[in-house]
Design a protein around this ligand. Sequence first.
Ligand code: SF4
Length: 341
Amino acid sequence: MRAALLRWFDLHKRDLPWRGQRDPYAIWVSEIMLQQTQVSTVIPYYRRFLKRFPTVRALSAAALADVLGQWKGLGYYSRARNLHRAAQAIVAEHGGELPRTAAGLRELPGFGRYTSGAVASIAFGEEAPIVDGNVARVLSRVRAIEGLPGDKAREQRLWAEAAELVKGERPGTLNEALMELGATVCLPKAPLCLLCPVSAHCVALKTGRVDELPPAKVRTARKRLELAVAVCRRRDRLLLARRPDAGLFGGLWELPTAPTPDGLAKLLGGTVGERLATIERTLTHRDLVLDVFPLETRKKLDRLDGYTECRWVTKAELEPLGMATAMQAVLGHAWSEGTRG
Ligand code: SF4
């Protein structure tokens, strides 16, 4: 199975900018970006990010706000915050070089079992296993591994199978091949078994269970988070505030927000007008509802409770600021409201 996978990957791998990359830092950046984001979306971000922060040292010396600005639109900003923190730890504790083993990498912020295994195997050739969604799907079909996603016994079995398979020549390439097979052939629905290099080894195919494995994830109930957002304007400027680095939307900029319109009035010391719009977004674990209100205030507002800083910004000054996509949608309304006014 190993040999078949490697042969197939050498012939059929997609040509992606991080493929064949030798720089551990670039491999790390690509692995972080590819978590929860599609390849086609990642490519331009990957290129821009490496141009702006070409080395671990450059990233560690950058301001977090700049890093978040480069991440704008990619989502899951905790990835960018952890990249930045880990780069600082690598410079401070490892002389600017990434640790060369999965165990060493695991000590850094944002390096879970998957990322550590991916960087250690692809960049340093360690026989370190990885299991992401794609690998889990392939292995659960090939080895007919039962259990729901998230089930502990299933996870253990998957990691054990991946650890067995990675042993041998080119461990990093083997890991990449497994992920590539899941992404392009062993698809969640209607896998392309006729084209599959490991079909001879696949128990699910032999036993007619391809459609049953892996079983679909049971969705947990989502929480609803409703917030009131203030459009507070002075001439051509809007009031923006930056959240503390930890927590939801940590370190990102936003129009000032409170649990209720009354909370907004209290925060900004003004009068809340009629609701302008409601923006709804689905986040990983919750449904976000943003009710947008105009707010007039004469208060000086050079600092706001619960925020690390605040600024009056023009549309042009907004561009480089890191901001969640839901808040960018709110800003669309805020500017058009200003045009009408
Ligand atoms: S034979 Fe089909 S189900 Fe089995 S690994 Fe290949 S693509 Fe996936």
